[in-house]
Design a protein around this ligand. Structure first.
Ligand code: PLP
Length: 407
């Protein structure tokens, strides 16, 4: 393992040197969104200062340059997740839109009354609600794989729940409120024995671990730019070419057509069939710098460093007897959720904020998990490769003083 020069890395992120409430910012809300390196910020500035124009539409220099950067990014994403073709990479607004796209096109085309869609108890709302909507429309049923008290999927339940009515499986790679890393390769293998396509929600994994779609053989993969050091409003849907080609368009408009008459419209080929209207060009171009930045540090170095920080934070927080960790799976990544008896998570968050510490409190868009663990909400610290063990110490000290105050 290469040792990361974290102080050098931190200097690449302008926001990390600011003060909040008079204290150095400790940013532990990385699962909600990550901070942006200067490369990404500068690239967005470069785009608007030098090449701003619409893509795919002009023959002039600016449009051709912006279009080239836009399409080069598609190849970069292809390479980053090892897709077979750049045509399998669709730009969306984020994970949420990617999942909605699949539910409303693949789902609408393939589900019939009585069919079943299988998800898990640890999904983010964005991998629950789109399936609920399409199931309701089609008269299909949503089935849920349960989890253990440690927050691990009960894998054997897949064998019980998969049957001839199961038409789609969607599963989160890493849980945003428990940190559990799911054995997605095994789940995909189980599903493919019955020819059931699988969507992987990679919103919390793409920035922490190597994701290789050909090795996984997943059918769809969704993630968001803003959680991987890129801009907000841009995301990716990967889909296998043979599936994407059979799916109807998601939205109608410019760019997604070959020809339009009042009688009939012919649709463009993939990926453009799914990209109606002027896209988020600045987002795409900014995302390319985020990917290059991750590649520069190396995803394995990131994984190792973040595992170390998580281990350290877990040890430190476990020393506080009032703290109960929610999510104690054997395989975990970067997320530490906890509750403290008698102190509401919002109070914890507010008090930590006074010390310049940003954590997340609430249900984290996973209400079913909160119910499963019988808590209204949790406090969640989530880590990145730019965080320091010294910051964990500041966080733990602040937590101790909150407990003292409330007792
Ligand atoms: N899935 C998971 C596991 C998430 O953590 C999130 C966001 O927190 C999403 C989906 C939705 O991502 P976005 O809001 O970027 O679309």
């Amino acid at each position: 393992m290469q040792n990361l020069d974290v102080n050098k890395i931190r200097s690449d992120f302008p926001i990390l040197s600011r003060l909040v409430n008079g204290k150095p910012l400790v940013y532990f809300d990385n699962a909600a969104t990550t901070q942006k390196p200067k490369d990404v910020i500068d690239k967005i500035n470069y785009y608007y200062s030098n090449i701003n124009s619409n893509v795919h539409r002009g023959v002039h220099y600016l449009s051709e340059t912006a279009s080239k950067e836009y399409e080069d990014t598609r190849k970069l994403v292809q390479n980053f997740i090892n897709a077979k073709s750049h045509n399998e990479i669709i730009y969306t607004r984020g994970t949420t839109e990617s999942i909605n796209l699949v539910a409303s096109t693949y789902g609408r085309n393939n589900l019939v009354e009585g069919d079943e869609v299988l998800i898990t108890h640890m999904e983010h709302h964005s991998n629950i609600v789109p399936w609920q909507l399409i199931c309701e429309e089609k008269g299909a049923k949503l089935k849920v794989v349960p989890i253990t008290d440690d927050g691990e999927l009960i894998l054997s339940e897949y064998d019980k729940l998969i049957n001839e009515k199961t038409k789609f499986i969607s599963v989160v790679h890493i849980s945003n409120s428990l940190g559990t890393i799911n054995p997605i390769k095994k789940i995909i293998e189980k599903a493919h024995k019955y020819n059931i396509p699988v969507l992987i929600d990679a919103a919390q994994s793409i920035q922490h671990t190597n994701v290789n779609v050909q090795e996984l053989e997943c059918d769809f993969l969704a993630f968001s730019g803003h959680k991987m050091y890129g801009p907000t409003g841009i995301g990716i849907l990967y889909g296998k070419k043979e599936l994407l080609e059979k799916m109807p368009p998601y939205q109608g408009g410019g760019d997604m057509i070959l020809s339009v008459s009042f009688e009939k419209t012919l649709f463009n080929s993939i990926p453009y069939k799914f990209e109606a209207g002027t896209p988020h060009i600045e987002g795409v171009i900014g995302l390319s710098e985020a990917i290059k930045y991750i590649q520069k540090i190396g995803i394995e170095n990131i994984s190792n460093y973040e595992s170390d920080i998580l281990k350290y934070a877990t040890e430190q927080i476990s020393d506080i007897k009032e703290v109960k960790i929610i999510g104690t799976a054997k395989e975990k990544s970067s997320i530490l959720s906890f509750v403290i008896d008698g102190i509401h998570p919002h109070d914890i968050g507010t008090f930590l904020d006074r010390d310049g510490i940003a954590i997340r409190t609430g249900h984290h868009c996973t209400e079913p998990i909160m119910r499963r663990f019988n808590v209204p909400a949790t406090s969640r610290a989530s880590f990145s490769f730019y965080n320091l063990k010294e910051e964990v110490d500041v966080f733990v000290e602040s937590l101790r003083s909150v407990i003292k105050l409330f007792s």
